[in-house]
Design a protein around this ligand. Sequence first.
Ligand SMILES: Cc1ncc(COP(=O)(O)O)c(C=O)c1O
Length: 408
Amino acid sequence: MPARTHDIEDLRLNSRMYDAVIDEIDGRRIRIGEDWLVDWASCNYLGFDLDEEIIEAVGPQLRRWGTHPSWSRMLGSPRLYPEIEERLTALLGAEDTLLLPTISQIHLAVIPALAQQGTLIIESRAHKTIYDGCVFARGQGATLRRFRSGDLATLAGLLHEAPARPITVCIDGVNSMTGDIPDLRAYARLCRENGALLYVDDAHGMGVIGERRDVEQTPYGLRGNAIVRHAGETYDDIILVGGFSKAYSSLLAFLALPTALKNRLKVAAPTYLYSGPSPVASLATVLAGLDVNDKRGDHLRAHLYRLTTKLLTHVRALGVHTLNSHDTPIVEIPISPDHDLIAVSERLWALGQYVTLAPYPGVPRDEIGFRIQLTAAHTEADVDSLTNVLSTLDHDGALRRSNPSQRR
Ligand SMILES: Cc1ncc(COP(=O)(O)O)c(C=O)c1O
């Protein structure tokens, strides 16, 4: 067993929270075998997977288009595609958008096309699929450099010393592990000053954070139109990548980009040319999701924010460490160094909670723990049940303290 996958293989063999088969769902509860658990592992932030209006929109589109178009996009796209692109472009306030099935495919196709034989600079906590796209680009002649997330001074140095142009800087938007929101304005300024392009993957911000206005009900802002609008930035020299597979519960992803680049990708991106498209059901749920977002999105986000702050207030009052400092609905809880992740996952299971486990090397060793994702389909009672369980685990010393000298 390679050392890098040893801990994950251990989970696969010994934890019921890895590679599970879900037998049934009921709202945000899942049944696995005989056990009903509250599901904190889903990233369906807006609860659209369970929304009746969205579910009902699928049938009519299936009857109109069949189950799956099976043309690559180069060959032809059902009209649903340009309809979504137009609506999305307006929502994001971008020049243009391009839809492709997944973010992973976008990174593999687009990062090498942008990087060419220039310099790629990636932040240390950027998602593994961005890193894979960068490694692929390196194989085609790009030079790859890394900097610690948030370390703008080191990034500035790397930008000055970049061995070749063009320069592309790749970062996560809302970080998939910590839930934190990077200072996009600072990144954008630094990139523009150095003639670099900023490439941002906001898989987890799309649908959750959005433009800021005086009338907003929460610090998430309004409309869920992702990090560029949330930061009050323009799309000049910024490529935004996002997906619908989290907040919109659909298999579809996008780039917000200039039309000239879109046209270039239409002849250069293998996934546009050769990959199968998203299923019609996913296109239908995105279109219906955009309607629901217009009508009820801010209300759902307000509920999501309430649940998230309720959980975080409890965690912080306990003195338990979390990597989340921006109150987004991704709450990573590292466990104590002298506790075992599989044993903790069994305790969580026994107490009716299903979470995302965060083993090494997906996270650094001192962040091994579990992640809780809240969604608008959770209830206050769900959060109460979880906070009780966290209190119990903390009482037993299983959770890392925010101030390590204050042990239980
Ligand atoms: C930040 C980030 N980027 C990319 C992905 C992969 O997205 P997709 O499933 O659309 O390939 C994920 C999935 O968890 C993610 O969290």
